[in-house]
Design a protein around this ligand. Structure first.
Ligand code: DX5
Ligand code: ZN
Length: 217
């Protein structure tokens, strides 16, 4: 599996959104990571469908939405026309996973499930791991960019990668939170294929984001 880097929109200069997105268009093998927060599942509120429609019109990359929301089912319908590639919801927000996954699959090419740092890998049954496309492991408490990486996630990645390997499953393992060139190598070694990075990429002093993306690679 090739490594995908997913720059997180949360850390861009929103007053200059179009130019920021154009800067990312010079890199390849990226997903554009979109943190949709509802101010309820997490104590922060971000952007919704009208903003993401504009993002879609400028970005050449696949759109990867990470829904930190209490009621992901509502957003499945609400975001249908945006043209998202991946729809990731939080395990902790839902009880009937089979129903929600089927609903997402009907409208989106890729389905992801995210686990908060304290949610163990053992909650995920094989029946679900064999139907989804992405598992997003949070390496910070969801809600804000710029937090410190929690190294405890590494053991969870190893555990999940082992399950994937033993059962010949094909889902991607994505990691999100506090990622930089300093920890990316350990994450890949532990089994990650997709790294989300916000503050590390967008704090590049000359806005040469490709430079930071390549450093992570
Ligand atoms: C946090 C978000 C992340 C965030 C990552 O809840 O899910 O995607 O933007 O930002 P950094 O890379 O700054 O930790
Ligand atoms: Zn995220």
């Amino acid at each position: 599996m090739s490594i995908i880097i997913s720059p997180s929109l949360l850390s861009v200069d929103f007053l200059d959104l179009k130019t920021e997105l154009e800067r990312l268009n010079s890199s390849d093998d990226l997903w554009l990571h979109l943190d949709v927060m509802d101010g309820h599942f997490v104590p922060n509120l971000t952007f919704g469908e009208p903003v993401l429609n504009k993002v879609k019109s400028v970005s050449k990359h696949k759109l990867d939405a990470h829904f930190m929301v209490t009621n992901p089912e509502f957003y499945v319908d609400n975001f249908k026309k945006v043209g998202l590639h991946n729809f990731t919801y939080h395990w902790e927000a839902v009880t009937n996973h089979e129903k929600l996954i089927a609903k997402i699959k009907a409208s989106y090419p890729s389905v992801g499930i995210s686990l908060k740092p304290k949610t163990p890998v053992s909650v995920l049954p094989l029946s679900i791991l064999s139907t989804i496309d992405v598992i997003l492991m949070m390496s910070v408490e969801p809600g804000f960019g710029g937090q410190k990486f929690m190294p405890e996630v590494i053991d969870k990645l190893i555990e999940l990668d082992k399950i994937r390997h033993e059962n010949k499953l094909t889902f991607q393992i994505q990691v999100d939170g506090g990622i930089s060139d300093e920890n990316a190598g350990y994450l890949i070694q532990a089994g990650a294929n997709n790294l989300v990075a916000g503050s590390y990429i967008f704090s590049e002093p000359n806005k040469d984001y490709a430079k930071r993306i390549n450093k992570i690679r």
